[in-house]
Design a protein around this ligand. Structure first.
Ligand SMILES: *[C@@H]1O[C@H](CO)[C@@H](O)[C@H](O)[C@H]1NC(C)=O
Length: 377
């Protein structure tokens, strides 16, 4: 019997996920997260919350599902149904009087949502949050990197089941006024609002790589099983590298880019949308290269109010060498709409930054689906 604690400890510290795998490419290059801090293995949701939000540098390893559902009770009230009352439609919580102020003509409906989902877990500076194998899951609550936080790595976890029926029911990952954040091999699924949201304050250097944004849902704002609120990049001075991600089964805003956001979207795989992928509003600066668009009817909504360089052909793309240090790669399209624009004035914004490398779209086509997401490190 006296040996038991020792054996448990040995088993825990022998897990392979106790350190970060690989290194960030692109804007968040150099991020170290919790660095060489001794790994901790939370066993309860309270421990996980404490480790993520305290003031110590931490390597936090998840070896199981942390289920926050019901942990903060339920709220029942009156919301609205702007997209209709069919069972496949999302309905909205009257958060900050959103229904009252913006949807006065929508039918009222009764809503009953889980309180834990509405606000993500606070994440502070100098943290690595790592999943062990395919076991690290946070259910029913997202992650909210707090204002002023920097140097954070989130790798190989899944975030799932955040009030999927309810708009304003919660986001999976929120950044607002952060710097040096790397999100890698993360899976998000069945989320009420955004899978990833970079809010209105400036997020400086961010890399989102090899992640799987899964839009399959029983409830959707388009009432068709495709999630509308995918990736929302509207910070006031943000630099985002989006590389090697699998963006699946969305119907819109995947991503929406605005505010003042410089986005390098490289070698991602968009697959099967019922609506649009990109929405580029004023202040969105997007360079897209080496991506795959398969069954994406509207690759970008019009009008494009920001700037866009879609890497149309080899001679146009040679201009990238000056600013990104490589010739841009053309994108690949299968059963998809068009995506063709070559604004070049904003390319100077890439100069002197850490830029992710680019493979051809056919490399992305063969590698991304099997590599992206939790459990595929
Ligand atoms: C994060 O770590 C760096 C380097 O050790 C340190 O200088 C900084 O104060 C830490 N930040 C916080 C908020 O603890």
């Amino acid at each position: 019997m006296r040996l038991l604690p020792f054996l448990l400890l040995a088993a825990a510290t022998g897990t392979s996920a106790a350190s970060v795998s690989g290194a960030a490419e692109g804007f968040a290059k150099g991020v170290t997260g919790g660095g060489s801090a001794t790994a901790v293995y939370p066993s309860t949701t309270a421990e996980l919350v404490s480790y993520l939000g305290d003031s110590s540098a931490r390597v936090i390893v998840l070896t199981k599902t942390f289920d926050f559902t019901s942990s903060e009770g339920t709220t029942t009230g009156t919301g609205c149904a702007p997209w209709g009352t069919a069972s496949a439609c999302q309905v909205a919580i009257n958060k900050d009087d959103w229904c009252t102020n913006y949807q006065p003509d929508a039918p009222s409906v009764s809503v009953s949502y889980d309180n834990a989902g509405v606000l993500g877990i606070t994440v502070t500076s100098n943290k690595s949050l790592l999943g062990d194998g395919s076991s690290g899951v946070i259910k029913g609550k997202g992650l909210r990197i707090v204002s002023g936080a920097s140097n954070i790595i989130i790798q190989n976890i899944a975030i799932t089941d955040i009030n999927p029926r309810y708009v304003w029911g919660g986001d999976a990952i929120t950044l607002n006024d952060a710097d040096l954040v790397w999100i890698d091999h993360v899976t998000t699924a069945r989320i009420g609002r955004q899978h990833l949201v970079l809010g209105t304050s400036a997020d400086n250097r961010v890399t989102v790589s090899n992640s799987y944004f899964n839009g399959v849902s029983s409830y959707s704002a388009t009432c068709d099983g495709y999630h509308y609120w995918g990736i929302y990049l509207t910070g006031s001075n943000d630099m985002v590298t989006l590389k090697g991600n699998y963006i699946y089964h969305m119907s819109g805003r995947s991503p929406k880019v605005a505010g003042n956001t410089l986005l390098h979207a490289v070698n991602n795989y968009w697959y099967d949308s019922s609506g649009h992928a990109f929405e580029i509003d004023a202040g969105g600066y997007v360079l897209a290269e080496g991506n795959v668009f398969q069954n994406i009817p509207t690759v970008v909504t019009s009008p494009i109010s920001g700037q866009l360089f879609t890497s149309p052909d080899a001679s146009t793309n040679s201009i990238c060498s000056t600013y990104l240090g490589h010739t841009c790669q053309v994108n690949g399209f299968g059963s998809s709409g068009t995506f063709s624009q070559a604004d070049t004035a904003f390319l100077a914004n890439f100069e002197g930054k850490n830029i992710a490398s680019a493979d051809t779209y056919s490399v992305a086509q063969s590698s991304v689906p099997g590599n992206a997401g939790q459990g595929n490190l």
